[in-house]
Design a binder for this molecule. Structure first.
Ligand SMILES: [Zn+2]
Ligand SMILES: [Zn+2]
Length: 385
């Protein structure tokens, strides 16, 4: 059996005032009350029907939802169906979510002039901003890259072209408020303006909500987006793609998509803004005698570096322009290498012999070194004695 229309159940016209609805309910409820209709299952059924109808229509929010979507407004599928998601706005749900602000309308709006015309279009809301975390390598941050990402978010419903109405039919002007979004009522001495309960202030109603999006005008989709990541990005860089966030509600503009960059740590280079730092091992003979070495650079190439004779471990050398590019133009930073002199290991007997000879010569040639060694020796001698 098809569910009867709530207005029909109460015997009032669509667009009846809250007072008229209340009066009609009281009258019906008295007639059908179980105390008066003992053993009359027909009356009992009708009594339940009347109560259910009044429950729905006495509350302006629920009434607005019913007026727009009929019984579907209170069925399980509402809002939880296609397209809706936690935090999003399903049809009707938007009305319930705004219940709190409407309470304020009732309490204060009448005395403070309400929100006037501004309220009439307030539900044409901008879509939410979306965040996407993207991890790139230091090499990618150096060159910049074109990347295809998959983003999940709501888009305008293709079935109704975002209108929320079946077949893309245009919403029609609300009959209760003649499209004004608000209604006037006499209250004692005052004439007060209220948000129209039928259309919830939109001034328009949708006769047949779209089944694909349950009237919200939006559906959840995965979209592939090609994103241009510029050279020089760092961890914490945000890239804004205007209009690529969630679709707007009821003709509202879409939100933006923010791409949050994280640059992975590199196995050789440490980055400090546009500077790159790395440690380069140098053999002991090269450090002592001087010579050329090759060091890797972030662009994948190699650079020749001249090591001056007598270089110590920890010596810093600068390679101009071999660092990271600046994000907003302005060339490249520098690369710094820190020399790490390697002590030779796994020596052959010949190498050992040469080193001993080298050491002996060093002590002879370097009085400072000689005096250091002799002072260490005398220290140990004293400790033993
Ligand atoms: Zn209206
Ligand atoms: Zn739709």
């Amino acid at each position: 059996m098809a569910k009867r229309d709530y207005y029909e159940v109460l015997g009032v016209a669509r667009g009846a005032s809250a007072d008229e609805i209340k009066k009609a309910y009281r009258k019906k409820a008295k007639e059908l009350h179980p105390d008066r209709n003992k053993d009359d299952p027909e009356a009992e059924t009708q009594f339940k029907e009347v109560n259910e109808a009044y429950d729905a229509l006495k509350d302006p929010e629920r009434k607005a939802a019913y007026d727009r979507f009929g019984h579907a407004a209170f069925e399980g599928g509402m809002g939880g169906g296609a397209g809706a998601r936690p935090g999003g706005f399903g049809p009707g749900q938007g009305d319930f979510a705004s219940a709190f602000s409407d309470v304020f309308d009732d309490l204060f709006g009448d005395f403070m002039g309400g929100r006037g015309g501004a309220g009439a279009r307030q539900r044409a809301a901008r879509g939410a901003d979306l965040r996407y975390n993207l991890r790139v390598t230091l090499e990618e941050a150096y060159t910049g890259l074109q990347k295809t990402i998959t983003v999940r978010g709501s888009v305008a419903c293709p079935s109704c072209e975002g209108t929320g109405a079946e077949g893309g039919a245009e919403p029609v002007s609300c009959p209760t408020c003649s499209g004004m979004g608000k209604v006037r009522a006499q209250q004692g001495f005052f004439t007060v303006e209220r948000t129209c309960p039928t259309c919830g202030g939109l001034g328009q109603i949708i006769k047949n909500p779209c089944t694909a999006c349950a009237g919200s005008g939006r559906v959840e989709r995965e979209r592939a987006l090609s994103v241009n990541i510029p050279a020089g990005v760092e961890t914490g860089t945000r890239i804004r793609l205007a209009g690529e966030g969630d679709a707007g509600m009821r003709g509202g503009p879409p939100g933006d998509l923010y791409i949050f960059i994280e640059v992975s740590p590199h196995h050789i280079f440490e980055r400090d803004g546009t500077e790159l730092h790395c440690r380069v091992p140098v053999s002991m003979p090269t450090a002592a005698l001087g010579g050329d070495i090759e060091v890797p650079t972030i662009d994948g190439g190699r650079s020749r570096v001249k090591i001056p004779a007598g270089s110590q471990s920890g010596r810093q050398m600068r390679l101009r322009g071999k660092g990271m590019p600046a994000l907003r133009g302005g060339g490249h930073g520098d690369m710094f290498i820190e020399l790490a002199v390697e002590t030779p290991v796994n020596l052959t007997s010949r190498q050992k012999e040469l080193l001993r000879e080298f050491e002996a010569l060093s002590e002879d040639n370097n009085p400072e070194s000689k005096s250091f060694f002799s002072s260490v020796k005398s220290f140990w001698d004293n400790m033993k004695g």
